[in-house]
Design a protein around this ligand. Sequence first.
Ligand code: HEM
Length: 477
Amino acid sequence: MANRYCSLVLVNSTKKRFMSTSNLKTVITESKKEIPIVKGLPLVGTMFSILAAGGGRKLHEYIDKRHQKYGSVFREKLGSVDAIWISNPLDMKLLFAQEGKFPKHILPEAWLLYNDTYGQKRGLYFMNGKEWWKYRQIFNKVMLKDLNVNFIKSYKVVINDLLNEWELSNGQVIPNLIADLYKISISFMVAHLVGRVYDDCKNDLSNDINCLAQCIQKVFQCTVKFTVIPAKTSKLLKLNIWNDFVIAVDNSIESANNLVSKLMSLNGDGLLNSVLNVHDIPIDMIKRLMIDFIIAAGDTTAYSTQWSLYTLGLHKSIQNNLRHSLLKTDFLECDYLNNILKEVLRMYPLAPFITRIPPSDIYLTDHKIPANSLVIMSMFTSSRNGKYFNSPNEFIPDRWNRLKNNKYNGVNEPFATLPYGFGARSCIGQKMAHVQMCLTLSECIKRYNIHTMQPVEIALDLITVPDDQINIKIHKL
Ligand code: HEM
């Protein structure tokens, strides 16, 4: 019965990504298996076990071990988070297929508390229901469907400025790697918003961009501290970590607001102009959405680019192959570069967990999940699983080459890695992030040999970060 249900969903979900579940409920009426429950204490659940296993920074490893012990679906209450954890890509497909018309994810507690306390209204990531869908549709069109490539010239200005600065490091370790990558992530976003006028106004904007990059990095550093003492408790006890967080968020929203006001007055030909002219969106709402795009772009693109440079710096022969491929192919057409990025994001998924709260009961291969449960997809576990990827802990871009039968060379289930999520609520910035990272890597590799000084491990600070500073040297070719 469950198998019939599955194949029905899979056929449907590949044809059209979303489907109504109402017709499916008649297909299956009962689930086959109970969901294993990891037992814990009444209030804190298994919080002490995770603390003993290295704390929140090692959550990906802790959950990975749980999946090894309890299987691909289990329930565990970690502190205040009572969730059903899933790691089987087939179940993930089923979950996405039944996520509802207005999919819901959970948001960082500290951000919600800040928004509630100060009445702050935010952009797409924080919206829900019809309001979210209204704006999501507008931006799907201009950021995913009809993304034009006019902004590439401005992107090239951004990356050239950075590489000219890096050249001054003269063979030494790049001193502020992650801070520089935050700066270019925001500059790329600004270039995208204003289009071709970026080159003319970049000097006037550079202080605003630098200031905002520092603010966003500070917000990230403050948010991470709530993994030890939750935001609610910190606020209640008036702890410094809450006060520092509030100051950092105030500063980042204020400087993003100032920057967006300036960008709007420039009258460029970028994304900002296309939404201002075409859609009847109130100015306040445009600002809200743009501010959040800029903030969302900061951490994500900065850390993914850092992981890409790090990995290339460890693999000289892959660097050489890439350089060779880029002699023959434009960076946007280069399959090898594409494979490298897929492989980096598989091994270092920025979002190691993706969450959904389905509005009605949903049916996985063997389990029924009650409506309104928190379901967490363990992307780190699935993307490092030998069942889905041959030699999963090795960096092998060629695994993404297609064979004659159209299957991948070393990938048995591509759905086991979803760096940008999937479905209606997947990353709206994925296309632009991809182009930005392709350009950054291709310009670096055409000019330099990249050398990573020492390997690092993965840690979780909400997103996947290195457990130590990444030290990279570049040598001009
Ligand atoms: C390598 C870079 C990036 C990665 C790995 C990444 C990853 C993700 C993921 C996994 C989600 C889905 C969350 C969910 O399903 O609940 C997401 C959502 C989102 N991302 Fe990205 N992202 C990246 C870059 C960007 C950029 C450059 C922007 C700027 C526009 C952006 C804006 C957003 C927004 C606004 C959402 C929320 C969408 C919604 O709720 O409808 N991201 N991102």
